[in-house]
Design a protein around this ligand. Structure first.
Ligand code: 6PG
Length: 254
């Protein structure tokens, strides 16, 4: 556990109390995130660094940078386990798949042990798929119940949708009320595909949550979530650790 977490007390951070860092552009944003992940990987002692990756388009630049010659030989991939925050219930070969995006932008370019990559399973039955992924997380965590002070993830990367969703925690979906399961599923009303998603309790069991958001189109929703605390799904994100909004200038409204 980072001793910094003590500085923010036992409660940790919420989406509205987290730190905000505005970088000049999306390149600087990716470079900051990549160097931050490298730092956490280097400082992590004992168990591997566990990162839950975000889907969508924003983090692609980060993944491409981590897979580039600038980073690929510096990252201790043998000490890093990659998980997914959510997944569209389409084949991993489908261009809409988050695993497909991560594979193309990162996994195809790095030497990471196969057992260190944990894609969400895609089945016709999303309940069964979620149960399988939860069992995988519990086996790695070493317990069936999340314990304060023993975070499931070191880092959870999250995006932010224009409707205030994050991961696949979409407005008006039952998964927003899930407080026991670690993994569940949702059928958004205005986005394609059934989705699998980490739940609030699983995301909260983390040392760092990093919202990675860029572009002018997200500036207003960020203000509504962070500053006006409007009841969007992303506003209910908490972590027992630190929460950081890592924005480019456009998303920061500058
Ligand atoms: C997904 C993501 C989703 C995404 C936001 C932002 O599977 O689509 O998990 O939560 O992060 O929709 O997407 P963009 O980065 O493409 O704006």
């Amino acid at each position: 556990m980072s001793d910094k977490i003590e500085d923010i007390g036992e409660k940790g951070h919420t989406a509205t109390t987290g730190y905000v860092l505005v970088l000049s552009d999306v390149i600087a944003q990716a470079e900051y995130l990549a160097s931050s992940i490298l730092h956490h990987a280097e400082e992590k002692k004992g168990e591997p660094l566990r990162i839950a990756l975000s889907g969508g388009s924003t983090p692609k630049r980060l993944y491409e940078l981590l897979g580039s010659s600038e980073y690929t030989d510096r990252m201790p991939w043998h000490k890093i386990h990659l998980f997914f925050g959510d997944e569209r219930m389409v084949p991993h070969t489908d261009s809409d798949s988050n695993f497909h995006m991560v594979k193309e932008s990162l996994l195809a370019h790095i030497d990471i042990p196969f057992r260190n990559v944990h894609p969400m399973p895609v089945l016709d039955d999303p309940v069964k798929a979620a149960e399988i992924y939860q069992a995988e997380l519990q086996a790695i965590y070493g317990s069936d119940t999340l314990q304060k002070g023993k975070p499931l993830f070191d880092i959870v990367l999250l995006g932010l949708g224009g409707d205030g969703h994050t991961a696949s925690l979409f407005p008006g979906t039952p998964v927003l009320h899930e407080q026991e399961k670690w993994v569940s599923w949702s059928q958004p009303s205005d986005a394609p595909h059934k989705r699998m998603t980490l739940t609030y309790p699983a995301i909260a069991s983390s040392r760092f949550v990093m919202f990675v958001v860029s572009g002018e189109s997200k500036a207003q929703i960020i203000r509504e979530v962070r500053d006006e605390n409007k009841p969007y799904p992303s506003a209910a994100i908490t972590t027992e650790g630190e929460l950081h909004w890592i924005l480019d200038r456009a998303a920061g409204g500058e």
